[in-house]
Design a protein around this ligand. Structure first.
Ligand code: G6P
Length: 511
């Protein structure tokens, strides 16, 4: 990753999922590096710095065991070449490769369940992605109020205390980078305990306007907003989300705001809303694409889907209702109905990773997806070829192989903070793949002009857009793909982080 400009301050990071996670197999304790864009971006930074610590949740039983052994202190974990715990008790006190200090917070399981499976997902996730139908949902009862007080508030306090502890261990002055919707109350608590921090909270999901937030009771939405306003900067992926945040502070809290400057006045402080589109690490993707594992998958996928003049549509998503998988397949069914010549010629490969299955809305969604796939496959199977190949897997090399050879990538999310799959495909596709991109995905702001735009609720429009993408002249497809790839390569994840840190230097008076 390119050089990252850092502040002259120690760094404290917070996210729900951490950079590493522990497990146990026959050989004993194992360490896995976390996956995903956010973790790789921030791990690159944390590994770089002497005095950085990453506060996160204990995600597995073994994480909790490790955290208990560390008696609440941070641990040192070497991340490369072989991830392992650097344990001074076994004389392994000095890492011989990049390492990260990690502090895993263990909270009461019932409080964590209220925090994660009731408030973070689904309630906040559903409000922010506009997933509630409103005629029948949400239904907020005393149980949800209790889950807020005993779950979201309690867990946020526990994490805020851990963050404040780490800031104090660094002399009370540190750069604190908070991540995502799990922790809207943390900034305020940390600032109360450590008034000299430079604090930024990055929200990785959409931020809707004030009327969407009115779905939540006034005291709760006001506490969430006030919590976030403990930050110096609240970061988003797009200008639209940043603007919505400023509108919320003005309308829902009655604070003075400046919509052009995207600032909010809170007492004697100025809180800035900023936007920095997150991205991918193109060099890492190039390496993955060149690997033997990916090559083997490419050969297999070509054999299954791309003989003669056949074409491949692809989607890669978590099984999240915001991804709009069901309507995506309905639109594909409409395409086959209206263009029978495509039956047997176009396949749709869906690589879906089961997600948050402890939340009923998510479990139900998987069943709905299965139903619509069965219907379309029953109707349009030709000469033994099923039009939809649905695989419930989390397999990054397989996904990269599919990225590289698809004709159309489908991202028809109802709302999506960014959508990194679109950026990954732009970098690794070698077939003139067309991005079919929802106008409500954050990535559309950057890549929309090179894509075929999808309207996530309009099945006919999506079917027509798929047809346009599949029949687009090859030269045009390659021209668009090259332009999208150029946009992503020049706006990579290092830039996402670098731009934030440069702004923070300015805000904190270091530049
Ligand atoms: C989104 C969120 C992340 C979250 C991820 C996976 O990308 O912005 O904070 O970690 O989804 O969700 P999960 O609930 O499995 O952590």
């Amino acid at each position: 990753m390119a050089h990252i400009d850092v502040l002259d301050l120690p760094l404290v990071l917070l996210s729900n999922r951490g950079p590493v996670s522990f497990d146990r197999d026959a050989s004993g304790r194992t360490v896995n590096r976390g996956a995903g864009g956010l973790v790789s971006a921030l791990a690159g930074l944390a590994e770089h710095l002497e005095d950085a610590v990453w506060v996160c949740g204990a995600a597995t039983e073994e994480d909790a065991a490790v955290a208990r052994e560390a008696t609440g202190q941070a641990l040192l974990v070497q991340t490369h070449p072989i991830p392992h715990l650097v344990d001074p008790r076994f004389g392994d006190a000095v890492p011989d490769g990049p390492a990260i200090k990690v502090r895993m917070v263990v909270t009461d399981p019932a409080a964590y369940a209220d925090f994660y499976s009731i408030w973070s997902n689904p309630i906040l996730w559903f409000v922010q992605h506009g997933l509630y139908g409103r005629s029948l949902s949400p239904v907020l009862t005393q149980a949800e109020h209790d889950a807020f007080e005993n779950g979201y508030v309690v867990v946020n306090r526990a994490y805020a205390d851990a963050v404040a502890d780490e800031v104090r261990a660094r002399g009370g002055k540190a750069l604190v980078l908070l991540q995502d919707y799990h922790f809207y109350l943390v900034a305020e608590h940390v600032r109360q305990q450590c008034p000299d921090v430079v604090l930024t909270h990055f929200v990785h999901i959409p931020w809707p306007g004030p009327d969407e937030w009115r779905v939540l009771p006034a005291d709760i939405r006001e506490r969430l907003l006030t919590g976030l306003l403990g930050s110096d900067v609240v970061g988003f992926h797009t200008r639209r989300y940043a603007r919505n945040f400023v509108l919320c502070a003005g309308e829902l809290l009655g604070l003075p705001t400046d919509l052009d400057a995207l600032t909010i006045t809170v007492g004697d402080r100025t809180v800035r809303a900023r936007y920095y589109p997150i991205s991918v690490d193109p060099a890492a993707l190039d390496t993955t694409l060149a690997s033997e594992q990916v090559n083997a998958h490419v050969a297999m996928l070509r054999y299954i889907f791309l003989d003669e003049d056949r074409q491949l549509m692809l989607r890669v998503d978590r099984t999240d209702p915001s991804k709009n998988v069901v309507r995506g397949f309905l639109a594909f069914g409409t395409l086959l109905e209206q263009h029978p010549e495509l039956v047997g010629k176009v396949s749709f490969l869906a690589l879906l990773q089961p997600s948050r299955t402890d939340v009923p809305e998510y479990a139900d969604y998987i069943a709905l997806i299965g139903g619509v796939v069965a219907e379309i496959n029953a109707k349009y199977t030709k000469e033994g070829r099923q039009p939809i190949d649905l695989r419930m897997v989390e397999d990054f090399p397989l996904a990269v192989a599919a990225y590289s050879i698809c004709d159309v990538l489908v991202v028809n999310a109802i709302a999506d903070g960014m959508n990194l799959v679109a950026k990954e495909v732009a970098v690794v596709n070698r077939r003139g793949g067309v991005l079919a991109l929802s106008e409500t995905a954050g990535a559309h702001e950057e890549l929309g002009e090179f894509a075929v735009t999808l309207h996530p609720f309009d099945i006919q429009q999506m079917a027509d857009a798929f047809y346009t993408a599949l029949t687009m002249p090859l030269e045009e497809r390659h021209r668009r793909l090259a332009a999208a790839a150029e946009q992503v390569r020049t706006h990579d994840v290092a830039r996402w982080l670098g731009d934030q840190l440069t702004d923070l230097r300015r805000i904190a008076g270091f530049a």
